[in-house]
Structure formats: C-alpha cells, structure tokens
Design a protein around this ligand. Structure first.
Ligand code: MG
Ligand code: MG
Length: 282
C-alpha cells in the first residue's frame, strides 16, 4: 500500500469479528495454494488470475483488487502478479512464467463484510541460489514479525527486528510501500512499515489484543529504490535486481498471534516423498 492514505488510529476487532475474518482468510489461503500449484514454466499469469477469480466466485467472496482505484486506471485483476524485478502491483496478462522466475502473487477478498489479504513469492522450477536466499530471508522476516508481534509492545520494535534481519543479510527493505490495518475494509489504519525511521516513529502504535495487521515485507536483492512503470501500476526495482514479497493477515489475540490467512491444509508436495513410498501396505 502506498504510504499516504492513512489518517486515524487502529480499530480493534472482537473474537467474533476475528472468526469472521478467518473465514475470509481461508479462502485467500486456498487461492494462494492454487497459485503455488499453477506457477510452472509456460503458464500465463492471466491463467492464474482467472483460477483465483473462480475460487472467489465459488465461495461468493468479493475480489478486493479488481477495480481498486489507481492514479490513472482502476486495477484490472483479482491478483497482483509481479515477476523478478517487479516488486508489487504487477498486472496479470499474457506473460509466460519461465524456469528460474520469482513470482510474487498478492490477493485479497471480502466475505460477509470482512477482508483478508495475503501474498507469497513462488519459485518457478530451478531457481539460482542467490534468488532462493532472497526468498528465504523475506519469509524469515515475516516469521520474525509473527513471533515479535506476540511479545513486543510497540510496532517499531517489530519493524526494527525485521529491518535488521534484511540488512544483515545484505539485502534492502522497500520503504515506499508498507503493510496496513485490515478489517471491514482492506486498507485501514495504521500504516505498518517494515523499517524504522524518524517519520514512521511518529506514527508508532501499541500492539494490543484485537489489532489486525496485513504485514507484508518487500525485500530487494539490490537497492531498495523502486519506480512505477507506464502501466500506472507495476512497481519495479530501479536497479532491475529481483525482489521478494510475502504477506499474511495477522491478529493479536489473548492466546497469541493468529495467522488469519494461514492455509488450513498441510503443504502439498508435487513429488512423491521417499517416506510416503516406504509406508507399509495396511
Ligand atoms: Mg496483499
Ligand atoms: Mg496488503
């Protein structure tokens, strides 16, 4: 989310409201699972978007990106699909995925009035080790946020831990885009930066029960600077080096941090594992 749209303080959600958000989160998780299954060499990004749209239609959920107002044109799809040096907000189209690509897929829906938002970086086929490391670090940064949110008092403490992990790994944090509160609407207060700065510290907020945040680190292999392409949406790295982006909708509850967009099913493997093959016939 662009940093300039926020004004008032965060709205806290009740356990009942969190349960409703989880229903929306499960649909987003299913959409993300479908994306991971489909992201193979030769697949066009529009085909992935259409599959996600079909899942939302099946559940009667509203896709939140389609028609989202932009500076020039509304966003035309249900997913943002951003490949390699594209950071976020890529428009699905005829582009075919290729072996070695890093594909960032971001999607959100609303069900019964409540929103959920999630993103993942998917590696297509064999990916070069440095790119794999970028994805690994980005996922670790989200995990750091999940862990630290449960034990810190202020968001800036979490953001600092996230930023330190990126920088100590030799990568950069994208600062033009940040996470956000989420609930009845997709982009609520507060702004949720993945870094700490004097300006952002003025808008620091307390981590308390009922707070729901879409936390979405964007990590660049090169410098953190980004720019927007002439399609008015696609954000790319200025140095054309690859970028990774992951996101979960996270709630602070009495029992700890709940991942609203967690996949309820165990991860699927496309390759039969030796352990599975060794199962005795019963
Ligand atoms: Mg998102
Ligand atoms: Mg988001």
């Amino acid at each position: 989310m662009l940093r300039s749209i926020f004004q008032s303080g965060p709205e806290l959600k009740s356990p009942r409201e969190l349960a409703l958000m989880r229903e929306s989160g499960k649909i987003v998780a299913e959409a993300m699972r479908k994306c991971r299954e489909m992201a193979r060499p030769g697949v066009r990004t529009i085909e992935i978007d259409q599959a996600v749209e079909a899942i939302y239609r099946h559940y009667g959920a509203t896709p939140l990106f389609k028609g989202y107002p932009g500076p020039k044109i509304p966003f035309p799809a249900c997913t943002c699909i951003s490949v390699n040096e594209q950071v976020v907000h890529g428009i699905p189209g005829q582009r075919e995925l290729r072996e070695g690509d890093l594909v960032k897929i971001d999607t959100a829906c609303k069900l019964n009035g409540w929103c959920a938002d999630s993103a993942d970086t998917i590696m297509v086929g064999e990916v070069r080790p440095e790119r794999r490391r970028l994805v690994e670090i980005c996922k670790q940064v989200l995990q750091i946020a999940i862990t630290e949110m449960g034990r810190r008092r202020w968001w800036s403490e979490v953001a600092l831990a996230m930023q330190r992990h990126v920088v100590s790994s030799g990568f950069s944090v994208v600062e033009q885009y940040v996470g956000h509160g989420i609930g009845r609407i997709m982009h609520e207060n507060p702004q949720v930066p993945n870094f700490v700065s004097r300006e952002m510290k003025k808008q620091d907020f307390r981590l308390e029960e009922g707070l729901v945040l879409a936390v979405e680190p964007m990590v660049n292999m090169g410098k953190g600077d980004v720019r927007t392409l002439s399609d008015h949406w696609t954000v790319v790295t200025r140095d054309n080096m690859p970028s990774a982006h992951v996101e979960h909708t996270l709630a602070i509850t009495r029992h700890g941090v709940q991942i609203i967009t967690a996949d309820p099913l165990p991860p699927t493997s496309t390759v039969a594992s030796p352990a599975a093959a060794a199962q005795p016939l019963a």
